[in-house]
Design a binder for this molecule. Structure first.
Ligand code: F6P
Length: 545
């Protein structure tokens, strides 16, 4: 089924786009201090609650008119039609002619969604039930290895979406993980990753989860083959593979070619993009760590945010608002990046996870109709947990020459209450957003008796925008909501930019060239690359021995 596309007016010719440009020139010099002085209700006007998440976006350089124009831009971009098309299962991934249905991965069992003649929700729940049964067996010790010992170590081998989501979720939900299970993740083809992850493990107690949508990814297959050799070296019998390897994939043929019984394979579908797959079978390591009930709670969180995104009017729609604000800074203010700053140690891998989600999705320069864009697209996402970032790169955000919109994320309750720690953490979270927005002007610095020659150095101009996202506690459900919030934020941005957020052709060329270079590194064949690449290969050939 192909998607009926509303005829698209080029983005820069939309009336709202032109109006936003003009409006920006009227307010770009207004300071956030003035906005707050003029409007006592600004904080409540520009904040909203949705599904247990609270967003204060009042410290953005916006007025009500800005938001009205951004909502008009969303309407003129047919955003609601595009949302509905995704939820219906239309083939909105145009360049691969596929549905984009990660939202079906978290629909309740009672739901039904028939796409291309198949009820995908029934299929999703069949796999979830199979995963739950397996996870319970591993957690209880009923699943044993080749020598009869219970599994103590679980090593997920995957890369990109088959790694970043599972690692992030494991770290985020460690507090509800079964602590006598040791989870490790191997992604890099650098042999160091595998060696360090397995050096202290006993193969008889180790289960490898080979996670790969295609089951052809070079890095993952190289690591999986090393895992197989490592296992055989310790256990000495091919039959051991059956109880120490399971696969998460859409490619049953390649799985069985590798030697994994397809009874030990957990499947998913081509309509699940790699970076949108952590709540599919790819989440098996997460489910083993936190248990099926917590996993289902996470899925319920995803689903609640999906429903909010699908049904809330744009004015009260959290992912839409966040997506539009990113457009505002990226396209109108020329901001290149967005900083993700979680004030929770458990979210330490969240910025890395978001990098793939946002940049593999929206790092495109061709529109869905095949035109070269003449505006900026995907922002660069980066970040680190607070307060560590404060002692590292925040200097540049506060006083550098670049405008960097920040997403602060915090929780009202600590999962590890300890003395004053949480109050200090949250005080820092709120203080950073306050300092960025309101700064400290030179006259205020001078009034404190600072020597004249240092006043400029100690001045903070402020007017630096941020969002503040808060929730009560980092539970599995809240994590699901948070991830879905960003997935739909990315969707909103891609819809406005008129790009296909669900393909990733940009990763292909490097893969093809690497496959050509691998044999060249091993032999003495004539090289036909450019001068630089030839010289690098020669250098490696002569020094590797
Ligand atoms: O980096 C390209 C990519 O295709 C990602 O989109 C994907 O998450 C990753 O490689 C891993 O792919 P696979 O799960 O097929 O091994």
């Amino acid at each position: 089924m192909s998607t009926p596309q509303p005829a698209l007016t080029p983005l820069t010719e939309l009336p709202a786009w032109e109006a936003l440009d003009e409006h920006a020139s009227e307010i770009e010099d207004v300071h956030l201090r003035e906005f707050f002085e003029e409007d006592e209700d600004r904080a409540s006007r520009f904040s909203l609650e949705a599904e247990g998440l609270f967003l204060d976006y009042s410290k953005n350089r916006i007025t009500s008119q800005t938001m009205d124009l951004l909502f008009q831009l969303a309407e003129q971009s047919y955003l609601q039609d595009k949302i509905d098309a995704m939820f219906r299962g239309d083939h909105i991934n145009l360049t691969e002619n596929r549905s984009v249905l990660h939202v079906a991965l978290r629909m309740p069992k009672t739901a039904s969604l028939v796409v291309d003649g198949v009820d995908v929700v029934a299929e999703v729940h069949a796999v979830l039930d199979k995963m739950a049964a397996f996870a319970d067996r591993v957690r209880s010790g009923e699943w044993t290895g080749f020598t009869g010992k219970r599994v103590r170590n679980i090593v997920n081998i995957g890369i990109g979406g088959s790694d970043l989501g599972p690692v992030m979720a494991y770290e985020a939900l460690r507090h509800c993980s079964q602590r006598d299970l040791n989870l490790r993740f191997v992604s890099n083809v650098d042999g160091t990753d595998f060696a360090e992850a397995t050096r202290d493990l006993d193969a008889s107690e180790t289960l490898f989860i080979v996670a790969s949508k295609t089951f052809t990814t070079l890095e993952t297959m190289t690591n999986a083959n090393s895992a197989r050799e490592w296992t055989l070296a310790q256990l000495g019998d091919e039959k051991a593979i059956a109880s120490h390897f399971v696969a998460l994939s859409t490619n049953a043929k390649e799985v069985s070619k590798f030697g994994i019984d397809t009874a030990n394979m957990f499947g998913f579908w081509d309509w699940v993009g790699g970076r949108y797959s952590m709540d599919s079978a790819i989440g098996l390591s997460t489910m083993i760590a936190i248990g099926p009930d917590n996993f289902r709670a996470m899925l319920a969180g995803f689903h609640a945010m999906d429903e909010h995104f699908r049904t809330a009017p744009f004015e009260r729609n959290m992912p839409v608002i966040m997506g539009l604000l990113t457009i505002w800074y990226n396209n109108i203010f020329g901001s290149q990046t967005v900083a993700i700053l979680p004030y929770d140690q458990y979210l330490k891998r969240f910025p890395a996870y978001l990098q793939q989600l946002t940049m593999e999705s929206n790092g495109k320069s061709i529109t869905v109709t095949g035109e070269q864009v003449d505006y900026e697209t995907g922002a660069i996402y980066w970040g680190e947990p607070g307060t560590n970032g404060q002692h590292s790169f925040y200097q540049l955000i506060h006083q550098g020459t670049k405008l960097i919109p920040c997403d602060f994320i915090g929780f009202m309750k600590s999962l590890n209450p300890k003395g004053d720690h949480h109050d200090i953490l949250i005080a820092n979270l709120f203080a950073q957003a306050e300092a960025l927005a309101f700064g400290k002007f030179s006259e205020e610095v001078a009034a404190q008796g600072v020597p004249e020659e240092l006043v400029a150095h100690k001045t903070f101009e402020g007017n630096r925008p941020s969002n503040m996202l808060l929730a009560e506690k980092l539970t599995p459900e809240i994590l699901g909501k948070l991830i879905a919030l960003y997935e739909h934020n990315v969707f909103t941005q891609g819809a406005i930019w008129q790009i296909d957020s669900f393909d990733q052709w940009g990763v292909e060329l490097g893969k093809v060239l690497a496959m050509r270079i691998v044999p060249e590194l091993k032999g003495n064949s004539e090289l036909g690359h450019d001068g630089s690449t030839n010289a690098l290969i020669e250098r490696y050939r002569s020094q590797k021995a």
